[in-house]
Design a binder for this molecule. Sequence first.
Ligand SMILES: Cc1cc2nc3c(=O)[nH]c(=O)nc-3n(C[C@H](O)[C@H](O)[C@H](O)COP(=O)(O)O)c2cc1C
Length: 313
Amino acid sequence: MSKQIRLNAFNMNCVGHIHHGLWKHPRDNSVDYNKPDYWIELAQLPERGLFDNVFLADIVGVYDVLGDGIDVTAREAVQLPVNEPTYVIPLMAHATRHLGFGVTCNLTYEYPYLFARRMATLDHLTMGRLAWNIVTGYLDSAARGVGLKQQIDHDDRYDRGDDFLAAFYKLLEGSWEDGAVLADRVRATYAGPARIHRVFHDGPYYKVDGVYNLTEPSPQRTPVLFQAGASQRGKRFAGSQGAGEDRRQHPHAGGRGRAALRRHQDFFRPGTAASRNPAILRERVIGDYYLNGAVAPVPMAATPERASAAERN
Ligand SMILES: Cc1cc2nc3c(=O)[nH]c(=O)nc-3n(C[C@H](O)[C@H](O)[C@H](O)COP(=O)(O)O)c2cc1C
């Protein structure tokens, strides 16, 4: 079989994403980020070029540490101003048919009950083309914006993430059965109440006390999940929850040729096992879990031992 390549466009709902200073170029139109046509073009262009996905980064908070203020951040538009990332997705979905949409949302400042509705609404409006890049934040300024003194500790944020996801799955997967929606005009019954169930979640951080999920099932129910943390705890979270992991930030990802590829693989191997093995132990099926494998192909198998053996061959 011929090999397939996945193409993903990367942007953020702001002027200065990661290519700082580029907004000043006469042919750059990032300053139009707050206009609908900007996003429609951003969707239609990659779809025409057979891209698979548009991926939107996001941060909550601002970079206010350098010089104890936002002088550079504001002058250079370093991810400030930054608009809410989810609103542009229905614009892009309406203008395309096949493109997927990955959106970054920070779970630390959300509640599963409300967030599940937001994701399901987007999954409806994209007709099942949604992915959520799960982040837990890294800025104290965000924490202060919601009344905390500083960020919640690193590993605690991932612990909260596990709990959040457990409630999130229950809401989206466990409340409305398939077939609960009848839309039966003759019998004047939109949905069958016997097939809509209460959700209970009593976790260490989040409680959901006998509520019905607000949305009817969307095409995917749970969107495709991404997670990019590279710490040991982050990888464990990715293996347990995410469908994809992004390793682009690693400093060793440069270089060409077979020797460079071998170096990459050696570098990635311990991390690969750290995130892949929780996925295997949760009996996630092959194909349900991907690492960004451009430089480090990741074999999956029925057990961690077999996966490691396959990796060595
Ligand atoms: C490629 C990549 C993209 C990321 N994009 C975002 C983002 O858009 N928003 C965000 O809040 N964090 C983003 N992060 C940060 C991670 O979610 C995470 O907070 C960070 O890597 C620290 O977690 P760790 O200690 O587990 O690595 C990104 C990280 C990487 C590697």
